[in-house]
Design a protein around this ligand. Structure first.
Ligand code: ATP
Ligand code: AMO
Length: 465
């Protein structure tokens, strides 16, 4: 009797046993008219199946039928596991299956991209081209246009399992720290972050927009005495330019919490949360990380058990000493952020750190100014490999100051009046932060484009698939 076995589980231990596998015919190769080889792939694992004419099981027609299968068709294979005397190249599993029966479950049409080509690293492509192989370099747009096929590569199988683990640890860690999960509305009356990057829509005749973040409602939940909360949900930004790290829709991991004395209480959550996450990824997603690194080589993230905190002023000073002049009360740009990341790595040996006490002028209206110097604010950004993954800080919970700050930044307070009002009936001091899920995965894995870590990315020109 054959048992359903996963391709990834086919090892020497199953030698001479009869197994039943289901997977895709990744490659099909006929040798004369008596023998065919099919490499069967199941979720990133591959095994070679050998079809040879056998007196009572495999006919000549069967061998011919197999040779005519189309790539990526889903097939069921029943056969016996064998261990060849020579090393098998080009498959993940080091055994073969001697086929007795083979059925096509679902036939694939002619493919617009070749999965094997799409799975190669740049170095492998160069080598293959030098060896005179013909292959097609699959560019990003072609991948995204054919995303369902692109997702079948081992690297992509890894990326989205890693993404799942990031969300999983975020949730588990926060629950263990006394937070609970909320779900805030995504259809709202006004912009949540200020600024123009908002998708407007018609809400039954009333002007509305898609939430740029759960900012307003997560703070309102704190005013509703929810104490410590988090949310995992979609965030919409009408970005109008193309960068490697901005999407029009991404997944936000948001936290909001009461604080007693100082915004450092929020940073006290961020540091251990991310150290626990990185530890877990390295431990529990080793295979997935390896699959990503095989196609997109990267060095493991360097981070410290105790997360480094620097003030914005210290950051500006480090840049100055390195000959990079930046406005001490302006924002860092992509280039200066990266440069600071390099300097921090050289000095402190970490690629993960918190930069806090940002100039007030570059933060959103709801940010609490510093008590000792209102040119600065009780806020922070968090960086991986010199790029921002998190923004956060303490919020203004005093209604008069909130109105003043909103007006100073030209916010139309009428559109967020219910938010403004929620601070009038007693509001506890509080703070929180927002994380971009796709950015965390992109930067942890040292990937060069956020579209690689978004399942079906949305950018200014892409609304499909
Ligand atoms: P957020 O603004 O949501 O906190 P962010 O990573 O976009 O996240 P910003 O502070 O807006 O952070 O931007 C930091 C730098 O990134 C900017 O100074 C700018 O150089 C660059 N940048 C931000 N948005 C864009 C964009 N839409 N197009 C090009 N560059 C951008
Ligand atoms: P911010 O606007 O910085 O802060 O967003 C928080 C985090 O979300 C990610 N992010 C993005 N990811 C992909 N595409 C985008 N267009 C994009 N924009 C932002 C980044 C960023 O660090 N309400 C505050 C958070 C808070 O203070 O709680 C906020 O939205 O990783």
């Amino acid at each position: 009797v054959s048992h359903w076995t996963e391709v990834g589980h086919l090892t020497n231990a199953l030698e001479n046993q009869s197994v039943l596998i289901r997977g895709r015919a990744q490659t099909i190769r006929a040798v004369g008219n008596k023998m065919s080889f099919v490499v069967v792939r199941e979720r990133g694992f591959t095994v070679q199946c050998v079809v040879t004419v056998q007196p009572d099981t495999v006919s000549r027609q069967m061998v011919k039928y197999v040779a005519g299968l189309s790539r990526e068709s889903i097939i069921d294979v029943e056969g016996v596991v064998s261990v060849p005397s020579v090393e098998i190249k080009g498959t993940t599993q080091q055994v073969e299956v001697q086929v007795r029966k083979l059925y096509c479950v679902s036939r694939a049409a002619v493919l617009p991209i070749n999965i094997e080509d799409a799975a190669r690293s740049d170095v492998e492509i160069e080598k293959a081209l030098q060896a005179g192989e013909t292959l097609v370099r699959v560019n990003q747009d072609t991948r995204l246009n054919n995303r369902v096929l692109d997702l079948r590569t081992p690297a992509n199988q890894g990326i989205f399992r890693i993404q799942s683990q990031v969300g999983n640890i975020f949730r588990q860690f926060l629950i263990s720290e006394g937070f609970f999960e909320i779900h805030s509305p995504k259809l709202i009356a006004g912009s949540s972050e200020g600024g123009a990057a908002v998708f407007k829509l018609n809400y039954k005749g009333q002007e509305a927009c898609l939430a740029q973040s759960p900012q307003l409602h997560k703070q309102m939940a704190i005013c509703g005495d929810f104490g410590r909360i988090f949310e995992i949900g979609p965030v919409f930004r009408a970005e109008d330019s193309f960068t490697h790290r901005h999407l029009c829709e991404f997944t936000g991991l948001d936290v909001e919490m009461e604080i007693k004395r100082h915004y450092s209480e929020v940073m006290d959550v961020v540091g251990p949360l991310f150290v626990a996450m990185f530890d877990s990824l390295n431990k529990n997603c080793a295979k997935e990380l390896e699959a990503v690194a095989r196609q997109y080589p990267f060095q493991p993230l360097k981070y410290l058990p105790e997360t480094l905190r620097l003030t914005f002023e210290e950051g500006v000073q480090m840049l100055k000493e390195a000959g990079v002049e930046v406005d001490p009360f302006g924002d860092l740009n992509t280039e200066t952020e990266r440069k600071l990341g390099q300097l921090v790595l050289e000095k402190y040996g970490t690629e993960f750190y918190i930069l806090h006490r940002y100039p007030l002028a570059v933060r959103p209206f709801y940010t609490m100014p510093c008590h000792d110097n209102p040119a600065y604010s009780n806020s922070f950004d968090v960086f991986i490999r010199g790029e921002e993954i998190i923004s956060g800080g303490q919020r203004v919970h005093v209604p008069e100051l909130l109105t003043e700050r909103a007006q100073a930044l030209g916010i139309d307070v009428k559109t967020i009046s219910t938010y403004m009002d929620s601070f009038r009936y007693g509001a506890p001091p509080h703070g929180g932060f927002g994380v971009g899920l796709e950015r965390v995965v992109m930067l942890f894995c040292g990937l060069n484009n956020i579209r690689k870590t978004s399942l079906f990315p949305r950018d200014p020109l892409r609304l499909a698939p």
